[in-house]
Design a protein around this ligand. Structure first.
Ligand code: 5AD
Ligand code: SF4
Length: 441
């Protein structure tokens, strides 16, 4: 049996794709191995959202080539594969096949061909109509948590972003199928599902099948309510797009305890000038309205975001607006990035006029402000009880267990392995960095 090693970079969509890549390969007679050095085939599922992510691929393929052993077949999948196609063979020596983001279903074919006939394969084509989205239980990243894609692709074309090019147009999956899938996962003992997509709340299925009778102004809100009705223990969803984030999403969270109290709502900038040049389709005032609604909820909804500093044309005054915005919103967590020009995006043609040194300064300052806010906000959990899904043993402590709260914080505590897969109450006694520590209540 030929062995395949698969390494994943990037977002949850890539992690989810990798689960299906492993499922397909194993079904077709390959064995997945966590040990690269014994693999006949090495596959990288790649990310191209920033230049750094893309460079990781070049470094990794170089290491495989120079490892000293007979070179395995090397496959590149995911976003870099989709964008580069054939040109990847020239850019990176030693690549044998390139499979785009919608060609996952044909991975076994590419592996067969390259292993046998020593010919190179490129496939950046469309998905098969009957593509099988199921993930074998053994290939989920966790036995208790499952990712369920509800929409793929992106139609937003924010000017900095490569995703509309790497992932193609938005396509929403059938609500009836999603609901059925969640019910099946529940039967199998999965305790938490993440409804995933580049913009989950832009969800727009072809038919209303499965959504009839559910309240909501948008199909997404109806879907949330329909999924909640399956009785799945916990439901999280990510990523939300601000322009399509309607208040009735918060209403749904308030009506259903199993819709978790965590929202990831990337803001990108606090300056209307910058938001306009980013083509985000919303003003900062509109964003604040949504934050105010989230904050007014009795559910204590944790709020996380993404921010880019040093976007082309970002002035000192624009940056100050971003700092003020961060102070106003009080995010529980913010992923801050320095702007990275991506060839093919509209912003690539704008002058990248914020110097690297200035980007670093802005990054560090924003990080400092955010950390102060975050340290302050996380204290609200101290001496409180949170519900934790016990997901694994901790690496550091022999009796340690760890899992996530409903508000998506990592929680560490002590207990026996029998608790794995259960939802338990943990009383928070300590806080370190962005993690909570406590004892079983
Ligand atoms: N440069 C820097 N950050 C980017 N992101 C997306 N494109 C770029 C880019 N060109 C960030 C955004 C997005 C997150 C996934 O990555 O903040 O929300
Ligand atoms: Fe990276 Fe975006 Fe592709 Fe996810 S969809 S892997 S974040 S480029």
């Amino acid at each position: 049996m030929k062995k395949v090693y698969l390494e994943t970079f990037g977002c949850q969509m890539n992690v989810s794709d990798s689960e299906r890549i492993s499922t397909t390969l194993e079904k077709d007679g390959y064995e997945m191995t966590p040990d690269e050095s014994v693999a006949d085939v090495v596959i990288f599922n790649t990310c191209s959202v920033r230049e750094k992510a893309e460079h990781k691929l070049f470094t990794r393929v170089g290491r495989v080539r120079n490892s000293g052993r007979k070179k395995p077949v090397v496959g590149v999948m995911g976003c870099v594969a989709q964008l580069e196609g054939e040109t990847l063979f020239q850019k990176v020596q030693g690549v044998d096949f390139v499979l785009g983001t919608r060609a996952l279903g044909r991975v076994s074919h590419a592996v067969n061909e390259t292993l046998g006939k020593k010919r190179k394969i490129v496939d950046v084509g469309e998905r098969e109509d009957d593509y099988d989205w199921t993930v074998a239980d053994t290939h989920r990243h966790s036995p208790y948590v499952a990712f369920v894609p509800i929409i793929e692709g992106c139609n937003k074309f924010c000017t900095y972003c490569i995703v509309p090019f790497s992932r193609g147009r938005e396509r929403s999956f059938s609500a009836a199928k999603i609901v059925r899938q969640v019910s099946e996962l529940k039967e199998k003992g999965v305790r938490e599902v993440h409804l995933i997509g580049q913009n989950v709340n832009s969800y727009r299925p072809e038919t209303a099948a499965g959504l009839e009778g559910f309240e909501g102004k948008s199909a997404f809100t109806k879907l949330l309510r329909a999924v909640a009705e399956t009785g799945m223990e916990r439901i999280k969803f990510t990523t939300s797009f601000p322009r399509d984030f309607r208040n009735d999403i918060v209403d749904a969270i308030e009506d259903h305890e199993n819709l978790c109290n965590w929202v990831h709502l990337p803001v990108q900038s606090g300056s209307n000038n910058t938001l306009k040049r980013m083509k985000r389709g919303h003003t900062i005032e509109k964003y604040f309205e949504k934050i105010d609604r989230l904050r007014s909820s009795h559910r204590d909804i944790a709020l996380t975001t993404d921010i880019i500093v040093g976007f082309p044309g970002e002035t000192e005054a624009d940056f100050r607006d971003t700092v003020k915005m961060v102070e106003y919103c009080g995010f529980d967590m913010a992923y801050i990035f320095k702007y990275s020009p991506r060839p093919g995006t509209p912003a690539f043609d704008m002058e990248d006029d914020v110097s690297p040194a200035e980007k670093t300064l802005r990054f560090l300052e924003l990080e400092r402000v955010q950390r102060a806010t975050q340290n302050e906000r996380i204290r609200r959990y101290l001496n409180k009880k949170v519900k934790v899904l016990v997901e694994g043993r901790s690496a550091r402590n022999a009796n340690g267990l760890s899992g996530h709260s409903t508000c998506h914080k990592v929680v560490n505590f002590e207990g026996s392995s029998e608790l794995l897969g259960n939802v338990v109450d943990v009383e928070i006694t300590d806080i370190k960095a962005n993690s909570l520590f406590g004892r079983l209540a």
